[in-house]
Design a protein around this ligand. Structure first.
Ligand code: SAM
Length: 196
């Protein structure tokens, strides 16, 4: 069993994330996507809600989905705007999404496990042509911190990205820790725009 398979593990992780600055990838995403002006963004696996708040601050309407009920409670307190819809759901069960102009999925998609391919198809089909996507995907040498973590060969990452004009792509391998345990991070970070 990986560390995030234990009950409450995501809640504890997410609670510890609430006061950090936004991920640089989200900042890069917004440099490209600009102000939302009411357009709909999805924050998939929103966790501590830092990037959800950033999207709201930039004028986006946000659909925020995460399986952790405590994350939803905390986000409800943090962001009281009517432009936010919070859904507590296992994202591997999603089978319909509204039309999206932006998808932000930071450090969440790998936890779709064997459902990643189907979830990716759903995200890409919901994203309008010209819509923006930023995500992290794990490479094959990433430590599995949950039982069912999707780790992709670089060729599969290439295939995943073939309907996007990629404006930022970085592959990193770093030894570090996750909740105090030794972890090898092998991560692909991507920002791209849905082709017509
Ligand atoms: C590593 S955290 C990332 C959170 C946030 N995006 C960030 O970058 O800090 C992964 C998030 O995905 C959520 N998650 C993991 N598996 C999930 C699933 N199957 N369905 C819904 N949410 C899930 C967890 O609750 C957690 O909030």
């Amino acid at each position: 069993m990986g560390e995030f398979d234990r009950p409450g593990a995501w809640s504890r992780y997410n609670a510890a994330q609430r006061d950090r600055p936004p991920h640089p990838l989200a900042v890069t995403l917004l440099e490209h996507a600009g102000e939302g002006a009411g357009r709909l963004a999805l924050d998939l696996g929103f966790g501590g809600g830092v990037e959800t708040a950033l999207l709201l601050d930039h004028g986006w309407q946000v659909l925020a989905i995460d399986g952790d009920p405590a994350a939803a409670e905390s986000l409800r307190v943090r962001c009281t705007t009517g432009r936010l819809t919070i859904v507590t759901q296992d994202f591997t069960d999603l089978d319909v999404l509204p039309e999206l102009h932006l998808v932000h999925a930071a450090w969440s998609l790998p936890y779709a496990g064997v459902h990643l391919e189907r979830l990716w198809e759903l995200l890409l089909s919901a994203l309008v042509p010209g819509g923006w996507l930023a995500c992290h995907l794990f490479g094959v040498r990433a430590t599995a911190d949950a039982e069912d973590v999707a780790r992709l060969r670089t060729a599969d990452v290439d295939r995943f990205l073939d309907r996007l004009d990629v404006v930022h792509r970085e592959e990193q391998e770093v030894d570090g820790t996750s909740s105090g345990r030794p972890t090898h991070w092998h991560v692909h970070s991507v920002v791209g725009r849905r082709r017509a």
